[in-house]
Design a protein around this ligand. Sequence first.
Ligand SMILES: [Zn+2]
Length: 126
Amino acid sequence: MLETHEECLAYLEKIRWNGTPICPYCGFNKATRYKNEQRYRCNGCFTSYSVTVGTLFHKTHVDLRKWFQAILLLCKLDRDISVRKLSRELQVNRATAALMVDRILNVSPEQAEILRTIIHAIEQVS
Ligand SMILES: [Zn+2]
């Protein structure tokens, strides 16, 4: 668990949706899953989406495993980690690391709860 991007996505779906995808655009709870992909097409507004829409992970093209690692580092292991060090540890470029730090440190209260759950899960598996 949580060893691939797909497993992390599935985990995020579980904690955000608990098995029922909710359209982030119109709130409808019926969707068709794309074949071989963790994406959905809303049966209400016909927009396609994945679980990352509306979260800090949206539109970054960063492997979710790296996001999860960054969360663990920033929120738990090394709160004062520099952007430079984080970029080295995660093997992402500095701009990406800076964006991750910014998003993680400025999450909404609802998403802070998601981060706490993720940290807890990582600690369970490691
Ligand atoms: Zn919709």
